[in-house]
Ligand binder design. Structure first.
Ligand code: AR6
Length: 182
């Protein structure tokens, strides 16, 4: 009789990472991540899209949280979104790279995954945090995202699916190359 080395539910890291091109507000996952600002006040970019799709309840809940520091993240409900929750992560504004931007962006991904584990959320979708209005170079930001997510998934089996949700051609190419996908 065969003895399984691992429970059949254990999946290796590469199978748990997916790349999706499209609007993150459409994804029916346990949690989508928002690229927020430290006031958690509705802005533009993916933040604007998420608030528009979620409805006014989301802004009310966000404003009651008293802000969020750069590199940190906070969880809310998802209101009218198909996802169950939103994690608002505050990425760094890119100012040349000597101001700890890499560590702060790494922290965003780590904090989001920790929150997902804490709240027993098994599927999570990330946008390219800081790569729009905040100006973080897309290539460097994607390397941080893929690196930190891979590291986390290797050390923790509880998050079962991570989706990198990209919105533009350049990001799609970058993630495809980093993930070795075609
Ligand atoms: N779905 C997925 N990705 C998207 C979507 C979407 N619907 N819309 C844009 N993106 P940004 P940041 C991508 O600017 O740089 C806001 O005002 C976009 O192509 O949304 O972290 C906040 O309130 C880009 O690659 O976020 C903050 O003040 C990525 O999402 C500030 O912007 C992030 O771009 C945060 O700036």
């Amino acid at each position: 009789r065969m003895v399984k080395a691992f429970p059949s539910t254990v999946m290796m890291t590469p199978d748990r990472i997916q790349l999706h091109r499209g609007d993150i507000t459409r994804l029916k996952v346990d949690v989508i991540v928002n690229a927020a600002n430290s006031a958690l006040r509705r802005g533009g970019g993916v933040d604007g899209a998420i608030h528009r799709a979620a409805g006014p309840g989301l802004q009310a809940e966000c404003l009651a949280l008293g802000g969020c520091e750069t590199g940190q993240a906070k969880l809310t409900g998802a209101y009218d979104l198909p996802a169950k929750h939103v994690i608002h992560a505050v990425g760094p504004v890119y100012r040349g790279g000597a101001g700890g931007e890499r560590e702060l962006l790494t922290s965003c991904y780590r904090e989001c995954l920790s929150l997902a584990v804490e709240h027993q959320l098994e599927s999570i979708a990330f946008p390219g945090i800081s790569t729009g209005i905040y100006g973080y170079p897309k290539e460097d930001a994607a390397a941080v995202a893929v690196g930190e997510v891979s590291r986390f998934l290797e050390s923790d089996q509880r998050v079962r699916q991570v989706i990198f949700c990209v919105f533009d051609d350049e990001s799609l190419r970058i993630y495809r190359r980093l993930l070795g996908r075609d």
